[in-house]
Design a protein around this ligand. Sequence first.
Ligand code: ZN
Length: 198
Amino acid sequence: MADDTGIEGLIDLMARLPGLGPRSARRAVLVLLKKRGQLMAPLAQALAEVALTAKDCQTCGNIGTSDICAICADPRRATGEICVVEDVADLWAMERGQVFKGRYHVLGGTLSALDAVGPDELGIPRLVARVADEATREVILALNATVDGQTTAHYIADALAPTGVQITTLAQGVPIGGELDYLDDGTIGAALRARRKL
Ligand SMILES: [Zn+2]
């Protein structure tokens, strides 16, 4: 135990980060304390800076440091395609794939009556407006294969129907190299329903 309340407070904050329990938070803080000059000071400065400048993109909901994010501001990404994702983490995953060249719409969650999350909270009216404003040809619904994700996908498809835009979803099924044994039933079911001729 660190018997310094300042250091204990730092450990408590670090322990709230995903993947860091109290034990790893303690280890991380100890490394920071030992590398105050090379690591802790630059980290503190970067955190303070980004905490002040980080904001949600007014167009797509991505997180950046200006009102319009770098993807929305890039004219080369005006491809007429909008990919709808649940979370910024999904946007980052799509970007890592380096395949999609269009723009995004980040919902920030899924429809949930239980948590009082409705279409407005997810920016669905804004998405419908964007489809007209940006001369969108295709909306790709890249939502998770959960019940909430699929319910939300159907709601969005209905909301977009009057615009006449083409709506597609990601193919779901067995990941490349995946073993059926390790898949959950929903994934296997989806893979079976989407089966094609060999
Ligand atoms: Zn954006």
